[in-house]
Design a protein around this ligand. Structure first.
Ligand SMILES: [Zn+2]
Length: 245
């Protein structure tokens, strides 16, 4: 294949644009914010679970407190009833003894229930503190995630701008190449990621391999408009005074 040396040299600009586009694409896939977001999302889920667990514990305790209060209330009305019977005075001695015995039992029962209720309420207070703490932690985790997402979006927007600029460069460039040369360049680039490179100091700019004496000799002898390629990686080798020929 033949192409004017000036056209061949322009392939280096195209290769620069493509390398930059590949860097942009790589950067897009490996933004540190992506890992940050993944970690922040995991952490957020853990904090959400903690809030849910604390709220569930609170609901359970509320239920227990209500149950305990109902029980205390039941004992209290039983006590009231017994006392009224005693106060009315129209019960026999045997019944008085029974009622007094029951009242004693009820009082003990009430004290025990009230102690339990107190403990339940203390536990509920502790769980309320847990909820506050868990919600604060959840809020922090949400902020961390939002912050990382914002930084990711801004980095992506920058990359988008850089890519648009490079795409425009590329579009302007490609129309200046003959179709066969561009076709070869694109084929090599698709296979090996670098389509064309400078031959500098006898080294292929794409695969970095130093060419042997015979190859260098053959390249030196080939016409300036001959399109030469690296035997190792297939890249189009662009010759300039830096090539060391
Ligand atoms: Zn090479």
């Amino acid at each position: 294949m033949k192409a004017e040396p000036a056209v061949q040299r322009r392939l280096l600009d195209l290769a620069d644009a493509d390398a930059e586009l590949a860097r942009i694409e790589h950067r897009r896939r490996t933004l540190p914010e992506l890992a940050e977001i993944e970690a922040a999302e995991k952490s957020l889920q853990v904090k959400r679970d903690t809030v849910v667990a604390a709220n569930t514990a609170h609901r359970d305790l509320n239920r227990e407190v209500t149950k305990q209060e109902d029980e205390i209330e039941a004992v209290r009305s039983r006590e009231d009833r017994d006392r009224k019977l005693l106060d009315a005075g129209n019960v026999g001695a045997r019944q008085v003894a029974d009622l007094e015995h029951e009242l004693n039992t009820l009082r003990r029962r009430q004290t025990a229930l009230e102690d339990d209720l107190l403990e339940l309420m203390e536990r509920r207070e502790a769980v309320e503190l847990d909820i506050k703490h868990a919600q604060a932690e959840l809020g922090k985790a949400e902020e961390t995630l939002a912050d990382a997402q914002q930084r990711r979006d801004s980095a992506l927007a920058d990359l988008e701008t850089a890519q648009a600029r490079r795409d425009a460069d590329r579009t302007r460039l490609v129309v200046t190449f003959p179709a066969d040369l561009l076709g070869l360049y694109d084929r090599v680039r698709q296979q090996k990621s670098i389509g064309a490179a400078l031959l500098r100091a006898r080294r292929c700019g794409a695969c970095r391999i130093e060419l042997d004496r015979n190859t260098i000799g053959a390249i030196r002898d080939s016409a300036a408009d001959e399109v030469v390629r690296c035997e190792e990686c297939g890249a189009i080798l662009v010759r300039t005074p830096e090539s060391g020929l």
